[in-house]
Design a protein around this ligand. Structure first.
Ligand code: NAD
Length: 477
């Protein structure tokens, strides 16, 4: 494999799908020098992108869109024209969960059927969407059934590992790039696509986006078979979900025996074979990837003859965490009907406006069903949440953390936005009706919350009660 620096002629690229992955891939591929057309069949989205709107909240995205839009990056709803011009076609459409749990590949299939007509000279068709193992074979077969000639394409897998909230950094400064291709011709073209990251030349460019890692040696570029790359993506997400569920299971034991998961996790994570990341006890994973990918992985395993029982437990533990969190609220407030509840966080994680499969959304729905009045705040995700649960007599979206907490019987912390951890606790205490905080993300120290006079329930840690000098409201009632 020749990974030496070389002059790198730009590649003409079409990216199908302008969602979280397609849009980030498009701006980043333009950023490293390529000519990119990003296509979506949602024409309203395309018009918005063409006219300069930034449809998702993601650090540095506005800056990169301004830099490349109309130059190396264009937006279009004309898929055929984009494919005709392109040498490499990235498929980045959604692969949501079907009602039976498998990945719904109908969006992938629909775009593949359209591509087939324009494969009149050799092109590389890239699975960027997260798909089950063996999908590349189905794509290949679908292209052939729809009139494409075998010599005019290869289908390869190039899974995306970006995390919403740090997506641009993850794309340009990745831990690794995985390219699963069975044909050398396709591998050569994909090396051209990623060459500025592989040889490190991008990181020496005067106006490169500064990143979180030292990349002077270039990124780790891993070539595999298409099947292995497909498996790498599902297995990576499943492993991360497993790590989260593992620490959450341990946190439940901590609660039962009366010790602190933070101490235990530090001890576990200091083992270099385990590492500290993804060992934060909390409300469980959500988002548009882990829940569906865990399920799609055990479903595809089942379909090829393996019962991946472990992943069913991962899923069960995750669902249980949300119930544990809700039980803490009941334990703190006794009955819920008619209570005023503040909710901090709507996005499924910090740094994004994505509310798909967000724990906050199911918590708010269940609070409303139980007759609570909810005031919710998120720094970025209110507009997206509003589309799923519109404001009503029992739900208000408010402008800041303190408005959410005003007159509340309890404040729930659901998303780990760093600004929540810096809240003025004395002010918070003053404006709440009861000094009760239920923290699904363990943002505060038990000591600080006790000193500030809160009854503080967190995950896998002992209940923290107000220090006697600061016992106020509840005791007085
Ligand atoms: P998304 O729903 O945000 O975006 C998908 C886009 O594809 C939408 O804009 C939709 O209009 C468009 N689309 C659908 N069918 C189309 C067609 N036939 N032609 C043109 N456009 C079409 O999804 P996403 O979050 O970007 O995820 C895309 C894929 O990437 C999924 O498989 C997901 O699992 C995977 N992935 C997501 C993340 C993440 O953090 N969101 C990370 C890694 C991988």
């Amino acid at each position: 494999m020749d990974l030496k620096p070389q002059t790198n002629p730009p590649v003409n690229i079409a990216v199908i799908g302008s969602g979280y992955v397609g849009l980030i891939a498009s701006v980043c591929l333009a950023e490293i020098g390529h000519s990119v057309t990003c296509v979506d069949n949602d024409t309203a989205k395309v018009v918005a992108l063409q006219s300069g709107e930034v449809p998702i909240y993601e650090e540095r995205l506005p800056e990169l869109l301004a830099r490349h839009r109309g130059q190396r990056l264009t937006f279009s709803s004309d898929l055929l024209a984009a494919v005709r011009r392109a040498e490499v076609i990235f498929i980045a459409v959604g692969t949501p969960q079907s009602p039976t749990g498998e990945a719904d590949l109908s969006y992938v299939e629909a775009s593949v059927r359209e591509i087939a007509a324009e494969l009149n000279e050799y092109k590389v068709v890239v699975e960027k969407s997260t798909v089950p193992v063996l999908t590349s074979r189905w794509i290949c077969r679908t292209l052939l059934f729809n009139g494409a000639k075998q010599e005019n394409f290869d289908v390869i897998s190039n899974p995306e590992f970006l995390r919403e909230g740090t997506a641009i950094d993850d794309f340009l400064y990745p831990d690794r790039i995985v390219v699963g291709a069975d044909a050398e011709r396709a591998r050569r073209i994909m090396r051209r696509v990623y060459q500025p990251l592989i040889d490190g030349s991008y990181f020496g460019a005067p106006d490169h986006v500064p990143g979180s890692r030292d990349m002077s040696g270039g990124v780790r570029y891993i070539e595999t078979s298409a099947k292995s790359a497909e498996l790498i993506k599902h297995a990576s997400n499943a492993f991360l979900a497993l790590k989260i569920s593992f620490i959450n299971a341990v946190s439940n034991i901590c609660e039962l025996v009366g010790t602190d998961i933070e101490e235990v996790a530090t001890g576990i994570g200091s083992d270099s074979r385990i590492g500290p990341k993804f060992l934060n006890a909390g409300i469980g994973y959500g988002g548009s990837c882990f829940p569906k990918d865990v399920r799609a992985f055990y479903k595809i395993a089942e379909s090829v003859g393996y019962d991946f029982d472990l992943l069913k437990s991962v899923e069960r533990i995750n669902q249980n965490q949300l119930l544990c969190f809700k039980k803490k609220l009941n334990a703190a407030l006794w009955t819920l009907k008619g209570k005023q509840i503040g909710v901090l966080g709507l996005a499924f994680k910090e740094g994004t406006d994505d509310v798909r499969e967000s724990p906050a959304i199911s918590i708010i729905k269940s609070l409303i069903e139980e007759g609570c009045c909810v005031s919710a705040y998120d720094p970025a995700a209110i507009e997206k949440a509003r589309k799923i649960i519109p404001e009503n007599g029992n739900l208000r979206y408010v402008d800041n953390e303190f408005e959410a907490a005003r007159d509340a019987h309890a404040l729930l912390i659901v998303t780990e936005w760093p600004q929540f951890a810096r809240l003025d606790l004395n002010r918070l205490h003053q404006i709440m009706r009861y000094p009760v905080v239920i923290d699904g993300r363990n943002l505060f120290s038990l000591h600080d919350m006790a000193a500030a006079g809160f009854h503080y329930y967190s995950m896998g840690r002992p209940l923290s009660e107000p220090e006697s000098s600061s016992r106020r409201k509840i005791d007085q009632e």
